[in-house]
Design a protein around this ligand. Structure first.
Ligand SMILES: NC(=O)c1ccc[n+]([C@@H]2O[C@H](COP(=O)([O-])OP(=O)(O)OC[C@H]3O[C@@H](n4cnc5c(N)ncnc54)[C@H](O)[C@@H]3O)[C@@H](O)[C@H]2O)c1
Length: 282
């Protein structure tokens, strides 16, 4: 299997993807726009490897070899000989399209171009290239070294071969994939959590049950690791509201219509853990 990966964006997700790929034996080039961003990314990877080594979960020699497989650069041309490129820059469609346009003029004909977008339609990103069949969504979860899931998303024109190559890559670096066969807003994961959070917020808003009891129901009744309202506080009520509104706008499906109380919480700044107050006090 091909072994050279280019990761565009050395933030939280890009550095995590670079880390697990290097550990799995891939040669990784990590590209960002500034040396400072690259330094932060590389420091984060080193710190994460150090933690795994300290806990006895990784051999220090293996960590060192993995680190040596990661090169950093501000030069996009370094992606030219990559077998697969994973883009993980800011969640802005214009920036992603610009990057895919540039990559299209640069990479090998058979390279796979993947985006780690959480919510932008893959089809929109792929349309910036002359090879939309080679573009696919590869939605990893944070923190990448800990989270097992990779949600693969088929754009309107993604080929079977591209999907298979993306799956082979994700599995090779230790992930388990699910396939989203149609490029719907929110893919599968965000649709599921949005529907659950919306219903939980409605039950809470109408006084049917307390936030604690709704979360306990999901944990003890369904074996969820965390209840939906605690999840909303952790992710950010604002982020989930925005994701849910997006899905509602596209699907016009009433089950994604966010309750008024959720909007007012966000208006008031009660967005969860990062503000100290959400469905819970933190
Ligand atoms: N944070 C999460 O939990 C999470 C989970 C799944 C998916 N995502 C998605 O992953 C992507 C990245 O998110 P993140 O949390 O890592 O963001 P981040 O802000 O931590 O990192 C983004 C990085 O992209 C860099 N960047 C911006 N423009 C660039 C360009 N033209 N070329 C190269 N690098 C560029 C920035 O300098 C920054 O280092 C987003 O699309 C996001 O929606 C995030």
């Amino acid at each position: 299997m091909a072994r050279k990966l280019a990761v565009i964006g050395a933030g939280l997700m890009g550095s995590g993807i670079a880390q697990v790929s290097a550990q799995a034996g891939w040669d990784v080039v990590l590209r960002d726009v500034t040396d400072a961003a690259l330094r932060r990314g590389k420091d984060g990877i080193e710190a994460s490897f150090a933690k795994f080594v300290a806990k006895g979960r990784l051999d220090s020699a293996v960590a060192e070899q993995a680190l040596a497989r990661i090169t950093t650069t501000t030069d996009m041309d370094a992606a030219a000989d990559a077998d697969i490129v994973v883009e993980a820059v800011f969640e802005k469609v214009e920036i992603k399209q610009e990057i895919f346009r540039t990559l299209d003029g640069l990479v090998k004909d058979d390279a796979v171009l993947a985006s780690n977008t959480s919510a932008i339609p893959i089809t929109k990103i792929a349309a910036a290239t002359r090879r939309p069949e080679r573009v696919v969504g590869a939605h990893f979860f944070s923190p990448v070294p800990m989270m097992q899931l990779c949600e693969l998303v088929r754009g309107y024109k993604t080929s079977d071969e591209t999907l298979a190559s993306a799956r082979a890559f994700a599995e090779d670096i230790g992930k388990t994939c699910i396939v989203v066969n149609r490029d719907v807003a929110g893919f599968v994961t965000t649709r599921l959590i949005s529907a659950l959070v919306v219903e939980a917020a409605k039950l809470h808003e109408s006084g049917v049950a307390s936030a604690e009891d709704i979360d306990i129901a999901c944990k003890l009744g369904f074996g969820h690791a965390m209840g939906p309202l605690a999840t909303a506080d952790l992710t950010g009520v604002d982020i989930l509201l925005h994701a849910t509104e997006n899905i509602y706008t596209e699907s016009q499906d009433e089950k994604f219509a966010p309750p008024e109380s959720m909007r007012r919480m966000v208006d008031a700044g009660d967005i969860g853990r990062k503000s100290g107050q959400g469905f819970y006090k933190h």
